[in-house]
Design a protein around this ligand. Structure first.
Ligand code: NAP
Length: 454
C-alpha cells in the first residue's frame, strides 16, 4: 500500500498504547492518534492501580517512551460517544481500534446490595486514585469498624489493604490530599474478605497476597473452613505454580498467630454472599451461604447460612465494560463481539474498519502485560486488512484535519505536551508538599485541563 495508514485508537490505557507501539514499529507507513476521555493518558495505571503499588506504576516509564514517537499523538478530554462517534472517526482514519477497557463494577444481584454502606470496588478505587468524575468525599461511616469485601481477586485485596492501612501509611504515595483527609475517617478495624469457593480457586496472585502482611498495622487471619482440598483443588494446585504458591502462603497465614496489630484482614473461604442485611436503609450485616467443594473445583450450597455483623460491604467481583456508541455489545460477557481483533456485528459479519483490543475485547481478566499479546493479534489483523486493500480510505486523511474538527466542535482537548505540563505540575506539588511526596495528583477535571492547556 503506498498511502499512509491513519489509525485512531480510542482509549489511552496500556492496551491502547501497546497497540500504538506495535503499529508504529511495523513496516507500514502509519500515524496514530490516541483519543481518551480522561484529560490524562495511562487509563487504569493512573486510575486503577492502588497508590501503594508504585512498582506497577513503573510501567508508565515504558509507555512514555512509546508516546515520545512523533507518529503517535494524544487527544485527551475527548469522550467517544458524546464528542465523536465511529462514523465521524472513519472520515479521518482508515481504522479505529477500541481499547476502552472496563471501568465499572459488575452488578451483584442479591437483596440489600443497594443499601447505604454497600459499595462497588471500582467506585472506591476511582475515589482513592483521584478520578476527576467521582465525588471528592467517600462516605465512610464513623461506626463501620467491621467491613466485608466480596471476591478474592487482586482488586478485592487492594480494597482490603487500603481499608486496613492507616491514612498516614498511605501519605508516602501519590494520593490526593482530599483522599488522605478522607481516609482518616475510615473506622475499619476488621476487614473480612469472602471467597465463595476454596483456597485453590482464588484469583489473586502470590505477591499481592504476601504483601498484605507487610504493614505493621495489619494481621492477616486466614480462617480454616475450606482447607479440605477436593480432587478439583488438587488438580488446580498441580496445574499452576502460582496457584500452589497462593495456597502455600494462605496455609502459612493459617498457622500464624496474630501479633495483636490494630487492624485485621480476615480471609474466609466457602462463603457465598446471598444478602446484604439492612436496618433503616443502612448496612448492618452480610448473610452468606456456607458452600462445599463438589470435587471439580466448584462449590455447591449447603443450605446453611451465616450472618456477619458488618457495617459496610464492598463488592470486588469483577469489572464491566461500558457499551460503546455505534458498536454491538455482548451484555453477558460485557465485551464487544469480535473474532480476536475485528468488531463483529450481531450476524457475525465484520464491522468495516473497527477493531478491539484489551479488556473490551476479552473481558476484565489478566495482568497489564497480557494486553501486549492482545494488541499484537489485533494489529496483525488490521495490517493484513490494510495490505489486502480491505480498508476504505478516509475522506480527510491529513493529520491536521482531525485537530481542526476538534477545534470546530469547541472541545478543550489535551495533548501529550499538555500532559507533560500537568505531570511536571503534580511532581512539583509533591516536592513542595510539607511531607515531601513524589507526586500529588490534581483531581478536578477543569484544573487538569487548565494546567495542561496553559
Ligand atoms: P477477578 O480476578 O476476576 O476476581 C473476581 C473475584 O470475584 C473472584 O474471586 C470471583 O470468584 C468473585 N466473584 C465473582 N462473582 C461473584 C459472586 N456473584 N459472588 C461472590 N464472588 C464473586 O477480578 P478483579 O479482582 O476485578 O481483577 C481483574 C484483573 O485485574 C485481574 O486479572 C487482576 O489480577 C488484575 N489486577 C491486578 C492487580 C495487581 O495488583 N496485580 C490489582 C488489581 C487488579 P469466582 O472465582 O468463584 O468466580
Amino acid at each position: 500500500m503506498s498511502r499512509q495508514l491513519r489509525v485512531a485508537i480510542v482509549g489511552a490505557g496500556p492496551a491502547g498504547i501497546y497497540a500504538a507501539d506495535i503499529l508504529t514499529k511495523s513496516d507500514a507507513d502509519v500515524t496514530v492518534d490516541l483519543i481518551e476521555r480522561d484529560p490524562t493518558p495511562f487509563g487504569l495505571i493512573r486510575y486503577g492501580v492502588a497508590p501503594d503499588h508504585p512498582r506497577i506504576k513503573e510501567i508508565i516509564k515504558a509507555l512514555k517512551r512509546v508516546m515520545s514517537n512523533d507518529a503517535i499523538r494524544f487527544f485527551g478530554n475527548v469522550a467517544y460517544g458524546d464528542d465523536l462517534k465511529l462514523e465521524q472517526l472513519r472520515t479521518f482514519y482508515d481504522a479505529v481500534v477500541f481499547a476502552t477497557g472496563a471501568r465499572r463494577d459488575r452488578d451483584l444481584d442479591i437483596p440489600g446490595i443497594d443499601l447505604h454502606g454497600s459499595y462497588g470496588a471500582a467506585d472506591f478505587v476511582y475515589w482513592y486514585d483521584g478520578h476527576p468524575d467521582v465525588s471528592r468525599e467517600w462516605d465512610f461511616q464513623p461506626h463501620a469498624e467491621s467491613v466485608a469485601v466480596l471476591g478474592v481477586g487482586n482488586v478485592g485485596l487492594d480494597i482490603a489493604r487500603i481499608l486496613a492501612k492507616t491514612a498516614d501509611e498511605l501519605l508516602v504515595t501519590e494520593i490526593p490530599d482530599n483522599v488522605h483527609e478522607g481516609l482518616k475517617k475510615n473506622a475499619a478495624k476488621d476487614v473480612h474478605v469472602f471467597a465463595r469457593r476454596g483456597p485453590a480457586q482464588v484469583k489473586f496472585t502470590p505477591m499481592e497476597l504476601r504483601e498484605l502482611s507487610h504493614s505493621p498495622n495489619i494481621d492477616v487471619i486466614v480462617h480454616p473452613e475450606g482447607f479440605e482440598f477436593d480432587e478439583g483443588s488438587m488438580d488446580a494446585i498441580r496445574a499452576s505454580k502460582s496457584q500452589k504458591l497462593v495456597v502455600d502462603v494462605l496455609t502459612k497465614y493459617l498457622a500464624t498467630e496474630p501479633s495483636g496489630a490494630a487492624h485485621r484482614i480476615h480471609i474466609h473461604f466457602c462463603q457465598n454472599p446471598v444478602e446484604v442485611l439492612g436496618e433503616d436503609g443502612k448496612v448492618v450485616g452480610l448473610r452468606t451461604e456456607i458452600t462445599e467443594l463438589d470435587g471439580t473445583g466448584n462449590v455447591r450450597g449447603t443450605g446453611e447460612f451465616k450472618d456477619w455483623p458488618v457495617q459496610a460491604v464492598y463488592r470486588a467481583i469483577g469489572y464491566y465494560s461500558d457499551q460503546l456508541a455505534g458498536l454491538p455489545f455482548d451484555t453477558n460477557a460485557g465485551v464487544v463481539p469480535n473474532d480476536g481483533g475485528h468488531v463483529l456485528e450481531i450476524d457475525g459479519s465484520p464491522l468495516p474498519g473497527a477493531y478491539v483490543t484489551g479488556w473490551i475485547k476479552r473481558g476484565p481478566i489478566g495482568l497489564i502485560g497480557h494486553t501486549k499479546s492482545d494488541a499484537n493479534q489485533t494489529v496483525t489483523m488490521l495490517l493484513e486488512d490494510f495490505e489486502a486493500g480491505r480498508l476504505e480510505a478516509p475522506e480527510q486523511p491529513d493529520r491536521e484535519a482531525f485537530d481542526r474538527h476538534l477545534d470546530s466542535l469547541g472541545l478543550h482537548y489535551t495533548t501529550w505536551e499538555g500532559w507533560e505540563r500537568l505531570d511536571e505540575h503534580e511532581l512539583g506539588l509533591g516536592e513542595s508538599h510539607e511531607h515531601q511526596r513524589e507526586r500529588v495528583k490534581v483531581v478536578p477535571r477543569e484544573d487538569m485541563v487548565r494546567i495542561a492547556r496553559s
